[in-house]
Design a protein around this ligand. Structure first.
Ligand code: PHE
Length: 343
């Protein structure tokens, strides 16, 4: 019996030494397997009970069990202490509570949106309503009602995306929204209608198959071209600055007569001539004119009672000029770093 006690005491001493030397939990697992595992020394000691006289066996078994409980407790205590040390290390080494946090990133309004909002706000102040039409349109709203019959050459400039199998297309300009508004409301009418339009253009620095327009329409008794000039001059001053002038160049649109292209003073050089305006001092922003009598009739208005003007400007063109952007594709890539520069 004292022989057994001695063996257990010697084993306990070796286990304590191994536990003290263990640097991590893996090493502690190894100690347990080596000494207390199935083919470890404790198993050998348990087997030796068989050599004892029957009467001594129960006491020997209890002595072994008590010793094993103590050995396991020593290993568990070492494990707990290792875990505590790990936590302490995390608290002091890797968490620096004085470290500054990552700065919060605030979003900014897209230049297209800012431009549309600035322009529409100006017209709202003058009593115009802001409306928006659908981007999928009928041939009639997009072309026929606007005095562009199927064989009209103007359709060639509006290379269209037709929807498969149905008689609908992605609108090639925002004018069909004006057709809808006039058909739904009797004159007088004063609206602006911003929105997206689509044409089958190759993508390059100045063209995109999707772009934005902002159009305006005023129909009432006695409306004339001078009103249009006044409103467009005001809009350009709102968008570019107080010194802006507006100039008209004769042009052609099927839905207006007479028609004109709209130029405004180049904000890059105040009209002196620079690279942005190809030395002309002017930037073209869109088209306009007096609503064609055919269009008025098509929507149920009487051209002998009312007249009207309409205009349409390119929002990308205006935004690029305002913010000095040289490639339209920047506007659609949605790179947050680029957009933040314009905020
Ligand atoms: N809808 C025309 C276009 O996209 C622009 C425009 C609108 C011209 C109103 C004149 C009057 O080409």
């Amino acid at each position: 019996m004292s022989d057994l006690t001695d063996r257990l005491a010697a084993l306990a001493a070796r286990i304590d030494a191994a536990v003290a030397a263990a640097i991590d939990e893996r090493a502690l697992d190894d100690v347990r397997v080596t000494y207390l595992g199935r083919s470890g020394e404790v198993t050998a000691i348990r087997r030796s009970i068989g050599e004892l006289p029957n009467a001594e066996r129960p006491a020997a078994g209890k002595t072994i069990n008590d010793a094993v409980v103590a050995m396991e407790a020593s290993i568990d205590a070492a494990r707990a202490s290792l875990e505590r040390k790990k936590l302490d290390a995390m608290l002091t080494d890797t968490i620096d509570v004085t470290f500054p946090p990552k700065p919060a990133i605030l979003g900014s309004l897209h230049p297209i949106r800012t431009t549309i909002e600035d322009a529409t706000r100006y017209f709202e102040r003058h009593g115009f309503a802001v409306i928006m039409g659908p981007e999928i349109e009928t041939d009639d709203n997009n072309f026929d009602a606007l005095n562009i019959p199927p064989d009209h050459p103007a359709r060639e400039g509006h290379d269209s995306f037709y929807l498969k199998g149905i008689e609908l297309l992605l609108r090639t300009h925002t004018s069909p929204a004006q057709v809808r508004a006039m058909r739904a409301n009797p004159a007088p009418i004063a609206i602006v209608n911003p929105g997206r339009a689509y044409r089958r253009d190759e993508m390059d620095a100045r063209h995109s198959y999707m772009f934005h327009q902002m159009e305006g329409l005023l129909v009432a008794p006695g409306v004339h071209f001078g009103h249009l000039r006044g409103m467009l001059t005001g809009m350009c001053r709102e968008l570019f600055g107080a010194e802006q002038a507006v100039r008209f160049r004769p042009s052609f649109f099927p839905f207006t007569e007479p028609s004109a292209e709209i130029d405004t003073t180049c904000p890059g050089c105040a009209g002196a001539g620079c690279k942005t305006c190809s030395a002309s001092g002017w930037i073209e922003i869109g088209g306009c004119g007096m609503v064609h009598p055919n269009v008025l009739r098509n929507v149920g208005y009487d051209p002998s009672e009312v007249t009207g003007w309409a205009f349409g400007v390119g929002v990308e063109r205006i935004a690029m000029t305002r913010y000095g952007i040289d490639d339209i594709r920047h506007l659609f890539e949605n790179d947050p770093t680029f957009l933040a520069q314009l905020a």
